[in-house]
Design a protein. Structure first.
Length: 358
């Protein structure tokens, strides 16, 4: 089957190319702009990084591989500083480029390194996880974690292109693959109910890269994200819906010292947001039940420890959607009807958490 190309509109439009065995498209996405290309890749993925580098070398680029730690350990200030030193050693100028290869953690780091080097050089992203393809590599949010919180340092820096080679998914650890399904389910609840129907019809298939609906799920989730970020790159309004479930999720990730999978935390966070909506009188209980059912059908968690609440509540205060001391949550008024809940009462926040921790 030939590749699908989804355009992400905005001031600097770019394409997300989706297909199997499409690594050869990479030089085209760079568009001949660069001379030197720094390939920032997760160190555990040499088998994927090698053909990426090869494709670029054959196209005439001077290619330098810069391996970084696998997973969330990459999103640290020390690793970022190491990349800056690497770029300096390569003599990278504004006519050079970065290619990021790996999961969402690697592409968030590579994107931020590109955003900050010389105040911005082009980056092309090659996500190799389900979550990276359907969410992290698309939309231009880049950044790293600090001990005080998740993604607290970063920049909006849209890529010049995104290449999703579905063939890379087959080597993914199962739990990481399942984690990516949380963001796909998020896209279903906020914008595209067909996603929910596909997963509900065949949860086993959805949980496998070889599933019959895998490509359609990836394409639908990318389309949701592309539509939203094209309308609001800098999250001045509509983009906030992509943060559904993330207020509690990021607090859980911090509480777990960033050793808890992002999608698993988002799954719990979506149940919390759904309960908030129900308790605020906005979301029918049946839709909350649907959250628990679809998430658990693919093996995602829907509850978290009761004793964690005071710490989670304190962390949520510095969520990026907050305005001053006012917490703001993305909630649903129905499937594909996202809205905002501003400054909810403390009793409501605690009551919703009780539903998640029981
Ligand atoms: N920028 C955004 O808009 C955005 C959106 C969603 C999530 N994120 C971020 O993405 C991160 C999570 O990304 P993730 O779920 O991809 O996890 P990850 O990047 O931590 O990758 C999970 C693990 O899988 C390994 N891996 C990657 N590809 C593989 C492959 N093809 N085969 C075998 N192993 C492979 C990685 O090296 C890592 O060990 C979080 O930091 C989250 O905050 C960012
Ligand atoms: O692209 C967005 O906007 C999102 O919110 C997508 C989220 O899935 C993603 O986890 C994002 O990194 C969260 O952003 P943050 O601004 O809350 O750090
Ligand atoms: Zn997310």
């Amino acid at each position: 089957m030939s590749e699908t190309r989804i355009e992400v509109g905005g001031a600097a439009p770019y394409e997300v190319v989706i297909g199997t065995g499409v690594l050869g498209e990479l030089p085209g996405l760079l568009g001949g702009r660069a001379r030197t290309v720094a390939v920032v890749h997760a160190e555990g993925l040499p088998e994927i990084a090698r053909p990426v580098c090869g494709a670029l070398e054959r196209a005439g680029y001077a290619v330098h591989a810069l391996p970084v730690p696998d997973g969330e350990a990459a999103k640290e200030a020390g690793v970022l500083a190491g990349l800056w030193s690497g770029f300096a050693a390569l003599g990278m100028t504004r006519t050079d480029a970065v290619v990021g290869v790996g999961g969402g953690a690697t592409t968030d780091l590579a994107g931020f390194a590109a955003a900050s080097w010389l105040r911005g050089v082009p980056v092309v992203l090659v996500p190799t996880t389900l979550l990276g393809m359907v969410d992290a590599a698309v939309g231009g949010k880049t950044g790293i974690n600090i001990p005080e919180g998740k993604n607290l340092v970063g920049a909006f820096h849209p890529p010049a292109g995104v290449l999703c080679d579905l063939a890379t998914l087959v080597t993914m650890p199962r739990e990481d693959y399942i984690s990516g399904l949380a963001e796909i389910i998020k896209a279903g609840f906020i914008a595209d109910p067909k996603i929910l129907e596909l997963i509900e019809a065949d949860p086993g298939g959805a949980a496998s890269p070889a599933g019959p609906a895998t490509r359609e799920l990836v394409e639908r989730a990318v389309q949701v994200k592309a539509d939203v970020v094209a309308a609001d790159l800098r999250e001045s309004g509509p983009r906030e819906i992509l943060n559904y479930g993330h207020t509690l999720a990021h607090a859980i990730e911090k509480a777990e010292d960033y050793r808890f999978r992002h999608g698993h935390a988002v799954a719990i966070g979506m149940v919390y947001a759904a309960e908030l909506g129900r308790l605020a009188g906005r979301l029918p209980a049946a839709v909350v039940d649907r959250h628990r059912a679809v998430l658990s059908s693919v093996g995602l968690p829907t509850s978290y420890r009761a004793d964690a609440w005071p710490g989670l509540r304190a962390t949520m205060t510095i969520d990026k959607k907050s305005r001053g001391a006012t917490l703001r949550f993305v909630v649903l008024d129905g499937v594909a009807r996202p809205g905002l809940l501003e400054g909810p009462d403390e009793k409501l926040l605690a009551a919703a958490y009780r539903e998640v921790s029981r």
